[in-house]
Design a protein around this ligand. Structure first.
Ligand SMILES: Nc1ncnc2c1ncn2[C@@H]1O[C@H](COP(=O)(O)OP(=O)(O)OP(=O)(O)O)[C@@H](O)[C@H]1O
Ligand SMILES: [Mg+2]
Length: 333
């Protein structure tokens, strides 16, 4: 009998292959990911075209060009849960994947230098320093080969980057037992450093709680230990009131606006603690001939397919885990 032949492929390689990237919306997605990052880092963002390249520019703290290595592990400053646009550490990998797969080019200007990013077959980015960059923040310029660049989602993210922003810290109520353990596993600092990032846990309080593990690396803790920690942190503080989360607020050009707030729960499979996530829901509405819906999450467009369907007196919204039927108050009258 012939023995089977095995082939192996690291999963990051799927990101640089046109067959496995979402083609139809790819260029919109790439522009949105870059605009989201810029808005998350400093609240503002400039986009445009220059010399055949599309660029996204911000005035944030700058970015390590090594972050454009597509074979790096997921890396993010946003694993501490906050109402930011990004959360996974995947956006830049999608950008690089699209540039490589389409035969495009990518340049980054940050922290005093202009770099051309050369992509190697092993998925590492080789930043080639070209000249000095005299501005603050980061500018990312790219082409996607022959593919047209569509800015619709990036424009929308910029358009809605307004209103109030949450200024507080992450809350221990925003993690399930499992999320909290994974957060510790992904952090390379000490338990104390990590605990100090939480709402109500700065200085002395954090020190007291973390006393047992003062210099212990966060990723050394067992599930049972992080579970006990989570209970101690929750006992110190209340959950954040959804009114503090920020909002876009009323906008001109819409005939209807309403806002509601609440908290929803996310169950855990392992451990005892559910996550309790406060939310603000804002709805803008206008009278139109045909129903249409756009959904934003943390002020940036949701990329999944969400549809709205009208029949008789009912409006159904479905897709991305949503299924809602809305019946107008005046139905049947
Ligand atoms: N323009 C920027 N300025 C400063 N830091 C940035 C910028 N863009 C990205 N970063 C840093 O790089 C990290 C990775 O970015 P990436 O877009 O890959 O993931 P993310 O934004 O954390 O999550 P998501 O996958 O949901 O986009 C970010 O968490 C942030 O710390
Ligand atoms: Mg991002």
């Amino acid at each position: 009998m012939n023995s089977a032949m095995f082939f192996e492929r690291e999963d990051w390689k799927l990101f640089r292959n046109m067959d496995t990237l979402p083609k139809s919306k790819l260029s919109m997605l790439v522009c949105k990911e870059l605009a989201d990052n810029a808005l998350d880092t400093c609240g503002g963002c400039e986009i445009g075209y220059e010399g055949g390249f599309f660029y996204v520019k911000d005035r944030g703290p700058g970015l390590d060009p090594e972050m454009f290595s597509i074979s790096r592990p997921l890396r993010s400053s946003k694993y501490l849960r906050l109402p930011t646009r990004g959360a996974l550490g995947n956006g830049l990998r999608v950008v690089v994947g699209a540039v490589v797969a389409s035969g495009g080019e990518l340049y980054v200007s940050t922290r005093g230098k202009n770099y051309k990013i050369n992509f190697q077959n092993n998925g590492l980015a080789l930043p080639e320093s070209l000249s000095d960059y005299h501005e603050a923040g980061t500018k990312i310029s790219f082409t996607l080969g022959e593919m047209p660049i569509i800015l619709a989602w990036a424009h929308m993210a910029i358009e809605y980057a307004r209103g109030e922003t949450y200024r507080g810290k992450t809350s221990p109520y925003w993690y399930t037992s499992e999320n909290f353990f994974e957060l510790f596993q992904s952090f390379s600092g000490s338990v104390r450093e990590l605990i100090a990032q939480f709402d109500g846990c700065t200085g002395g309080k954090a020190g007291k709680i973390a006393q047992k593990y003062l210099k212990t690396p966060a990723d050394n803790l067992s599930f049972e230990e992080t579970e006990a920690f989570l209970a101690e942190l929750r006992a110190l503080v209340k959950n954040v009131n959804p009114e503090r989360l920020g909002r876009i607020g009323e906008l001109g050009g819409w005939s209807g606006y309403c806002k509601s707030t609440g908290t929803f729960k996310v169950r855990t499979i392992k451990g005892e603690h559910e996550a309790e996530l406060p939310f603000v829901l804002e709805v803008y509405a206008d009278i139109a001939d045909a129903p249409h819906i756009t959904v934003l999450l943390n002020k940036s467009p949701a990329t999944g397919e969400i549809n709205v369907y009208h029949s008789k007196n009912e409006l159904s919204i479905f897709g991305c885990g949503l299924f809602h039927r809305i019946t107008p108050i005046s139905a049947g009258t």
